[in-house]
Design a protein around this ligand. Structure first.
Ligand code: TYC
Length: 99
């Protein structure tokens, strides 16, 4: 009818990003030192923290290396898989939604 109408947005406009964890998997062949260096390099951990994460993966079969937005997590997986492939190690890394 020509009258201007302002629609009030009552619901939340911006949702927080759905976070994804980058999980590294154990295998029998990738050297421990390689895993420690990869965790330091791509997940910005100090050597001590990287060593703890590596040992956790070695003992439990898997471990979380970091939590990121979906895009960043996917890039981390790509970087790890690329480094492992180039070095000839079977190291596997996946991204999964948190919770
Ligand atoms: N299990 C490997 C070994 O004994 C070490 C290892 C740790 C491999 C973590 C992969 O994600 C991994 N050499």
């Amino acid at each position: 009818n020509g009258d201007s109408v302002v629609l009030e947005r009552r619901t939340q406009k911006v949702k927080p990003p759905h976070m994804h964890q980058v999980v590294m998997l154990n295998d029998d062949y990738t050297p421990m030192e390689f895993v420690v260096v990869v965790i330091q390099e791509f997940f910005n951990k100090d050597r001590e923290t990287a060593t703890q994460i590596m040992l956790k993966i070695h003992l439990d079969g898997r471990g979380v290396c970091g939590v990121y937005s979906r895009d960043v997590a996917a890039t981390k997986v790509d970087q790890v898989m690329d480094a492992a492939n180039k070095a000839g190690h079977p190291l596997q890394c996946i991204s999964e939604p948190v919770e």
